[in-house]
Each structure stands twice: as structure tokens, then as C-alpha cells.
Design a protein around this ligand. Structure first.
Ligand SMILES: [Zn+2]
Length: 300
């Protein structure tokens, strides 16, 4: 059986929050099987907030968790890295309200996890296997999840910008695809929106070091890491938001111009309606061969 995993040792970093601009230390620690991902505010008497759909707070430009009035902001890139590296259980300590943005991607988190090492635990991993489709629509925004034997995502974005326009990416989350195709993709923003966003208390920690900055017709801080880095980052965000179901998913996600609010709406619906999925375990070898088969039969 595929088993749960945690980090082998503690590992830490420091940085600033993308929206708050607040300095923060972050530490990832091993956790026992069955505990999931738990955030701990060391600046607030070690108050703990579990990374589950129950604790989703306001969601607009980033995903935040809240419990008893205590906030943890911009959780999506680290949670995405945990899914991508197969970490089921960890304690994440931070001494401020927002996770560090680092380089704007999930790569620094992946590298931290690799530095810490990954330890297999005894317990078999429980997957959320989708049994029935679920489709959510809101104007032009769409997100859906369909039954499948592995985890895959097809995401379409459409930004009226000469360097973006309509981009679609389909990716299978297996065999190192996450590390190669998604983890390095950075968040992005438009220079002409920056002032208005700062006035709303957003992007106070943003810089050309931690985001792709777009002017009206070009990238201010080239080079891009992929020609379609923008849609890749959206997939990275989606995976991080869907991590709030608290399990690895076996399903196919289709999203069109969705965002954090629609991603988390899907999480809430899945957690509310137990008839949409079942918990299942996977044979060690079976998942890999399925995944290889799916990639071979379906060009990305
Ligand atoms: Zn993001």
C-alpha cells in the first residue's frame, strides 16, 4: 500500500508575506501519521490551525485559513508543494500571519522538503477517489472534478494581455511532473493594477524578486521560466487550494478562469457531500503504472 509520509527532520526559512509585507520565519517539522498539515502560530502561544476546508477564511487574491479569529494567509504555495512531494503530515510553524512568498513559486518549499528528507510512515494513505462529477459555474468561471484513477488537472486562463491571452495546460500529477512542470512557476501581477491593490492592503511585499511583473505589453523582469508560466502557476495554486480536502485526490479537475474562491468552493462542496467520493488506498505499484499509462495515452 502507498503509505503516509512526513519530513525526516526540521527545516526552516525566512522571508516576507506577499500581501502583508510582514517578515516571517517558517519551520516545517515532522508530524505523526493521521495528523495532516497543521499550522502553528508561534507568535500567538503556538495556536494551531489545521489545513482543512473547515478553516477556510476569506479568499480573494490568496487563500487564508482562520480559526477563532486567528489568521494564516497565503497557504497555497506551501500546501501545493506538500501535495507535489507527497507529504501528508507536517507541522508548519510561523511567527507572523502570512507565509513567506520567497521567489513566488513552490520551488523553494520543494527544495526545503528535499533538504529535510521524506520519511515513510506505517499507516496506509487514504485517497479521496471521486465517484461522481461535480461542476460549478459562476458567470464565465468554471471548475469541475470528474472520476479518474489518478490526479490530473486541465486549466484554462484568458487574460487580455499580449503575452498571455488564452492558455491551456493539461498535466498529470505523477512521476515527477509536479517538480518539473509546476513547482517553479511564479505568481504574476500587472503593474497598472499595483497601486490600487496596495491601497486595499494587498501586495505590500511584492517585488520583481518574487513575482512576474507585467507592464501593458511586456515582462518587466524577464526571463520567464516557461513560455506559459502563467497558467502553470494557476495549476500550482489550484493544487494548493484543493489540498484543503485533507487528502490526495484521485480525480480529473477541469478549470476555466477559476480562482481561489472557486477552488475553495469546490473543496467545501466535496467535504459537505460525502456521496461524491470514497476513501480508498492504493497499491504501491498500481498507481505508478496507471499514471504512466495515462500519460502515454493522452498527450499533454
Ligand atoms: Zn499563487
Amino acid at each position: 500500500m502507498k503509505q503516509e509520509q512526513t519530513v525526516r527532520s526540521a527545516v526552516e526559512c525566512k522571508g516576507v508575506g506577499l500581501h502583508s509585507g510582514a517578515p516571517v520565519h517558517l519551520k516545517i517539522l515532522p508530524a505523526p501519521s493521521g495528523s495532516g498539515i497543521v499550522f502553528r502560530r508561534t507568535d500567538l502561544d503556538d495556536f494551531e490551525i489545521e489545513a482543512t476546508g473547515r478553516n477556510i477564511a476569506r479568499v480573494s487574491y490568496a487563500t487564508s485559513l482562520m480559526k477563532k479569529g486567528v489568521l494564516i494567509s497565503t497557504t497555497e504555495h506551501l500546501l501545493s508543494a506538500f501535495i507535489g512531494t507527497g507529504i501528508d503530515n507536517a507541522i508548519v510553524e510561523l511567527d507572523n500571519l502570512e507565509l513567506p512568498i520567497l521567489d513566488g513559486s513552490a520551488r523553494p518549499f520543494v527544495e526545503m522538503i528535499q533538504r529535510a528528507g521524506i520519511r515513510k510512515q506505517r499507516r496506509a494513505r487514504g485517497y479521496m477517489r471521486i465517484r461522481r462529477e461535480l461542476e460549478l459555474r459562476e458567470g464565465k468561471k468554471f471548475i469541475a472534478i470528474y472520476p479518474a484513477d489518478s490526479y490530473s488537472v486541465e486549466y484554462t486562463i484568458d487574460f487580455p494581455h499580449p503575452l498571455i491571452g488564452k492558455e491551456t495546460l493539461r498535466v498529470e500529477l505523477s512521476n515527477g511532473n509536479y517538480l518539473r512542470e509546476l513547482a517553479p512557476a511564479r505568481t504574476f501581477g500587472f503593474l497598472h493594477e499595483a497601486d490600487a491593490m496596495r491601497q486595499q492592503g494587498l501586495i505590500r511585499g511584492a517585488s520583481i524578486e518574487n513575482a512576474i511583473v507585467l507592464t501593458r505589453d511586456r515582462v518587466m523582469n524577464p526571463p520567464l521560466r516557461y513560455h506559459d508560466e502563467f497558467v502553470r502557476h494557476k495549476v500550482l495554486d489550484l493544487i494548493g487550494d484543493l489540498a484543503l480536502v485533507g487528502k490526495q485526490i484521485l480525480g480529473n479537475i477541469v478549470a476555466d478562469r477559476a480562482g481561489h474562491a472557486m477552488h475553495t468552493a469546490l473543496v467545501s462542496r466535496l467535504l459537505r457531500d460525502r456521496s461524491l467520493w470514497e476513501e480508498t488506498q492504493l497499491e504501491e505499484s498500481r498507481f505508478e503504472s496507471n499514471a504512466v499509462h495515462a500519460v502515454a495515452g493522452q498527450p499533454v
